[in-house]
Design a protein around this ligand. Structure first.
Ligand SMILES: [Zn+2]
Length: 531
């Protein structure tokens, strides 16, 4: 016998959340007030199980979760009920590292296009990085401009990071009050002039300012080791520091210019300062070099609160396969060797490894800045003007890994990228949910709201066909500029539907994005005191 959830005992009862004030009360037993998503396979609180998830359409919150597939007849007439068996119901992904670039560089990406691309891939929350938009999010005024630019354009929920730059320590606590989810600083040139790198002195100031705040301090951990003022007797004859050694269109030349030591040196520098704010969570974004892992493990063993993320591209692409001139693969830190990739997977799959999360670091630009040679296939067109930095249509300068913008475009493709790569690595769907939903939500202070399917959480759901496959063509790259190293690849695992707080925002085999328009919210509630 199946219990009727509205007349009998509920496995996970919970009072319905109060409706927002200032609105009329609705009849909770009435038609069309519930969304019910069921499947013989769902990831609930980290485990694969049959489930029926009940979402209050009014609040957007999950009100009940049953560990079985209940029939539609158990719910009031008019309930929006769907049994998705055998597709997997997952929590919507939380991509905690995305560059949306609006305002200021909206031709690179924007809230509308970037969040549509996210929704396409089952991502229901993105957190926007503080740089590449103009102004950057390094002041409260900058955040307010960004929030203004984002209004009404977001297909999924969007949170914001603040930035650490020289001289802005007094802005950091006000930014916490305004709801930023964390902060990021660079220890090396960021690529844009309005977001300069920080010194150790700046980091110390930021740590002091944020020491007792509910936030996370994150770093782009590459750093050029300082060169001693004297190199002994040969000082008079020493050469200037490194120029690229080798052809500029060969990936090996680029890789050699961003050595492992840049990452290990930067991480050692950050860890050496951690004592300034022992309670402040630190986080290394886009960890690439496995040689940094022992440093992080040792620090964690010594009680330092530090975590790391890696990216879909470091786990799926390898230096050996990058063709000359294929600047779609340029990012910093660089995509390294296949054996390095294996090492990242090994750490990621450790129960207590230091790499807790996997994110996209979606960082697009216009095709002209990518300097992609015409010989490398490009499926897409672009909304960007057809001007180029190198004087028109000529191939001059194309394929130059040093002059090309660094960044990989992949928001919305991550679930399928991981699932494809994971086929040969015995990865479970629960693993993916842990890295891309639960742990990313925790990193940005959204645990309890995002990243799981449990009572009280937002009804954010991805419906995933783990047996399906698709080729990454233009229709699968909904970000503004259709330029990505995944272009033309066949990926395993297809997101069929994406639900945001109980509303379907994307349906692959049907209405697409539908007529409701962007219903994403800006996540600007101040982070709670302690997680
Ligand atoms: Zn980034």
């Amino acid at each position: 016998m199946t219990l009727n959830p509205f007349t009998n005992r509920q496995p996970y009862p919970s009072p319905a959340p109060s409706p927002p004030s200032g609105t009329t009360t609705i009849d909770r037993t009435g038609a069309r007030s519930l969304t019910v998503l069921a499947s013989s396979r769902a990831v609930i609180e980290g485990e694969l199980t049959a489930a029926t998830v009940v979402i209050d359409q009014y609040t957007g919150k999950i009100t009940s979760v049953f560990h079985s597939v209940l029939p539609a007849s158990d719910f009031p007439p008019g309930t929006s009920y769907m049994d998705h068996s055998p597709h997997i119901i997952l929590p919507g992904l939380v991509d905690a590292h995305v560059h949306l670039n609006e305002p200021g560089r909206t031709e690179w990406e924007g809230f509308y296009t970037g969040t549509r691309a996210a929704a396409f891939g089952g991502v229901t929350t993105v957190v926007d990085m503080p740089l590449n938009a103009i102004p950057p999010t390094t002041t409260v005024a900058g955040l307010k401009e960004k929030v203004q630019a984002a209004q009404g354009k977001c297909w999924v929920d969007v949170g914001f990071y603040g930035g650490i730059v020289p001289g802005n320590a007094s802005e950091l606590r006000p930014l916490v009050e305004e709801g930023v989810r964390g902060f990021k600083g660079f220890l090396i040139d960021s690529g844009v002039p309005e977001f300069p790198a920080v010194s150790s002195t700046d980091i110390a100031l930021a740590m002091t300012a944020l020491a007792n705040e509910p936030t996370t301090l994150m770093f782009h951990a590459e750093m050029i080791p300082p060169i001693a003022a004297s190199v002994g007797d040969d000082v008079q004859w020493s050469l200037p520091p490194l120029a690229p050694i080798g052809p500029l269109n060969e990936y090996a030349t680029f890789l050699a210019s961003r050595p492992i030591s840049f990452e290990t040196y930067a991480i050692a520098e950050i860890l050496s300062l951690a004592h300034i704010a022992p309670e402040l969570p630190l986080h290394i974004v886009h960890l690439s070099a496995i040689e940094a892992i022992p440093l992080l493990q040792q620090a964690i063993a010594n009680g330092v609160k530090v975590t790391a993320e890696t990216c879909f591209h470091y786990l799926s692409l390898a230096a050996e396969s990058v063709k000359d001139g294929d600047t779609r693969h340029k990012c910093c830190p660089p995509i390294r060797s296949k054996s390095n990739q294996d090492g990242l997977w090994e750490e990621l799959t450790q129960h207590d490894g230091c790499i807790k999360t996997v994110v996209s670091d979606h960082s697009p630009c216009t095709p002209n800045l990518k300097l992609l040679p015409s010989s490398i296939s490009s499926l897409g067109t672009t909304n960007a003007p057809h001007t180029t930095d190198d004087g028109g249509e000529s191939e001059r300068g194309k394929g130059d890994f040093f002059a090309a913008w660094g960044g990989v475009s992949s928001v919305g493709l991550g679930l399928s990228i991981l699932w494809t790569e994971g086929q040969s690595r015995a990865i479970s769907i629960e693993d993916v949910v842990k890295w891309c939903c639960k742990n990313t939500a925790k990193q940005v202070g959204l645990e309890g709201q995002k990243g799981d399917l449990a009572v009280g959480f937002d009804g954010d759901v991805a419906v995933f066909d783990d047996e399906g496959a698709f080729e990454v063509g233009e229709e699968a790259m909904l970000f503004r500029n259709k330029c990505s190293p995944y272009q033309g690849m066949t990926l395993k695992g297809v997101v069929k539907e994406t639900w945001l707080r109980g509303q379907r925002v994307w349906e692959r085999d049907g209405r697409g994005f539908g007529k409701k328009g962007p219903v994403g919210k800006l996540l600007l509630e101040r982070r709670c005191e302690k997680s």
